[in-house]
Design a binder for this molecule. Structure first.
Ligand code: KIV
Ligand code: NA
Length: 266
C-alpha cells in the first residue's frame, strides 16, 4: 500500500468510490486508523475539545496542533495527513495563511491543511495551493465561527443560503482546494454541491450523498462518554472499556493481586 495522495482522492470521485476520514491526535490512534485503511486522517482543531478540554475550538493555536500532527504523521505511514489551521492563524491575511501552512509542512510533516470559510478565503486557498500546500476547504457549520453563526445550527437551509453555499464551494474549488468538508447541511444541499463540484465533498452531518464522510474519532468510538451530535454513529465504547480497565487495575493493586509472580523480576 502506497501513501494516499490528493490525486487518488480525485480518481476515487471519478470512479464513484466513497471513502472515510477520521480525526486523529496521537500516535496510537493514527497507527490503528492507518492499519484500518482510512485513507485520510485529520488533525482537527477539535483537539480543543477532545484533547485539551476546551469548550470549543477557538482557543486552539498552531503550537497546540504542531506536536499532535507530528505524532499522527509518525503513526500513519499510508494516510494523507491533513492539519487544521486554527482560528486566528489564517484570518489576518493571505501572507499569514501561507506562513501557517508552511509551519505545518516544515515542522509537523503534514501533507495538507484545512481551513474554514467561504469565498472570502479563496485568495488564501489559491496562495497556499500555489505554494505547494494542498488545501481542504470547510463549509456549512464552521465551529470557529460559532459566535457569528449563532451557535450549533444547520447551515445552507433555504434557497438563498443554499445558493450561497454552492457559490462558496465553486469559488474554493476554482481557487485550488482539493476537497471540501460540508458540516451540518441538509442532505439535499450536500447532494447538490457534490454533483456540481469536480473535487470530492466530505460530509459530517450532511447526509449520505457526499463523496466521503468524516467523524471525530472520540465520538465515533465512544471515547467521549458525554453528549454527541445526532449525526454521529457510535461504533464502539472505548471510553467504557478504559473505565473498566482502570477500575480493575486499581482493584488489583489495592487487593495485592498485582503485581504477581509473572510480572516480577528476580
Ligand atoms: O476539527 C475537526 O475535527 C473537523 C472535522 C469535524 C471536519 O474540522
Ligand atoms: Na476543525
Amino acid at each position: 500500500r502506497k501513501r494516499t495522495r490528493i490525486h487518488h482522492l480525485a480518481e476515487m470521485k471519478q470512479r464513484g468510490e466513497r471513502w472515510a476520514m477520521l480525526t486523529a491526535y496521537d500516535v496510537y490512534s493514527a497507527e490503528i486508523f492507518d492499519e484500518a485503511g482510512i485513507p485520510v486522517l485529520l488533525v482537527g482543531d477539535s483537539a480543543g475539545n477532545n484533547v485539551f478540554g476546551f469548550d470549543n475550538t477557538i482557543p486552539v493555536t498552531v503550537d497546540h496542533l504542531v506536536p499532535l500532527t507530528r505524532a499522527v504523521v509518525q503513526g500513519a505511514p499510508h494516510a494523507l495527513v491533513v492539519a487544521d489551521l486554527p482560528f486566528g492563524s489564517y484570518h489576518v491575511s493571505v501572507e499569514q495563511a501561507v506562513g501557517t501552512g508552511i509551519r505545518f509542512l516544515k515542522e509537523a510533516g503534514a501533507h495538507a491543511v484545512k481551513l474554514e470559510g467561504g469565498a472570502r478565503f479563496a485568495p488564501h486557498v489559491e496562495a497556499l495551493s500555489g505554494s505547494g500546500i494542498p488545501v481542504m476547504a470547510h463549509l456549512g457549520f464552521t465551529p470557529q465561527a460559532e459566535h457569528a453563526l449563532g451557535g450549533f445550527r444547520i447551515q445552507g437551509r433555504g434557497s438563498s443560503a443554499e445558493q450561497k453555499l454552492v457559490e462558496d464551494a465553486l469559488a474554493l474549488q476554482e481557487a485550488g482546494a482539493f476537497a471540501v468538508v460540508l458540516e451540518m447541511v441538509p442532505g439535499e444541499v450536500a447532494k447538490r454541491v457534490t454533483a456540481e463540484l469536480t473535487i470530492p465533498t466530505v460530509g459530517i452531518g450532511a447526509g449520505p450523498d457526499c463523496d466521503a464522510q468524516v467523524l471525530v474519532w472520540s465520538d465515533m468510538a465512544g471515547m467521549n462518554r458525554g453528549r454527541i451530535p445526532r449525526f454521529v454513529k457510535q461504533y464502539a465504547r472505548v471510553g467504557d472499556a478504559l473505565l473498566e480497565a482502570a477500575k480493575a487495575y486499581a482493584a488489583d493493586v489495592k487487593g495485592g493481586t498485582y503485581p504477581d509472580e509473572a510480572h516480577t523480576y528476580h
